[in-house]
Design a protein around this ligand. Sequence first.
Ligand code: SF4
Length: 315
Amino acid sequence: MTEIVVPFGVQPDLAATMDIQIPALAWQPAGTGTWQRTLRIDGTVTEVTVTSDERALRFRAARPLPASTSRALEAVLRRQFPRQVSTLALDGHPVLAAMGRRYQGVIIMAAGPFEALILTVLSQNRTGEIVRRVYPLLEARCDGMTPGQLARLGERDIAEVIRSAGPYKAGRLAAAARHIVAEGPEAFAAIITRAPAEQAMTYLTSLPGVGHKTAACVLVFAGQSAATLPVDTHLFRVTRRLGLTSHDGRLTAASRDAIVSALLGYGPGLAPAHFLFLLLGRATCAAGLPRCADCFLSQLCPSAQGAGPALPCPA
Ligand code: SF4
């Protein structure tokens, strides 16, 4: 067995890290406090598990690896688990500062551009549990998640594998893969990681089945963009309750753009931290009645029970 230890500044909160971030959906739960996935490194296929301890993540490959493969695996893992919430500047608003303290141990994950695109499309209108079941099957069927491998698989085989995530997505995935192969996977990666956000957004939303939210997920998780963020119903609801955004309850292109602009105005930490609003939504700020008595933000939140009515939720 090969073990790789990646240190962090504060105790990693692996459970919250693996909860809802798009790159985390490539990892599967494997017992208490443990996640696993299959990785292909230098032609070697190996299962990798991850656990956390006081100041580090501990990765274990299922079999001994040569030193060069082990170094390559460590580089991949450090790219996938690059930094913690504690490193973000979240001082633009007292609510954000409190969230930064509460979630300081959460690791902001990253994925390669194509993997991020596939995971995000699979997650459209589906739960994380479904994506976690389907993605490894698709990756195994492709023998590695690359545009070329997915394009070779073809629409019918993709539909068969991703059935529970929506077989109608197979045509989109196959067409996107073919498009990226035709343009060149390196050019695709360069647009996601190096082009101005507006140009990258225009490019991504020209791909079949890719709207603003999917494109923003790819840009934030694969391009480390601080210039946009995905707006879903949870972020839409929670940020308004917290007084960070204002809107009339209808999620339209105009209200979405206004929300993105308002949130980015609190500083560059907002884009990578956007998923903390989803964690809060799952923990206490539910779409029905929020559980303000259990919420660590109740003293700061203008919608907390006792400080005013909880605002109605968008559909
Ligand atoms: S105090 Fe209540 S309304 Fe405000 S964020 Fe917490 S759960 Fe939501």
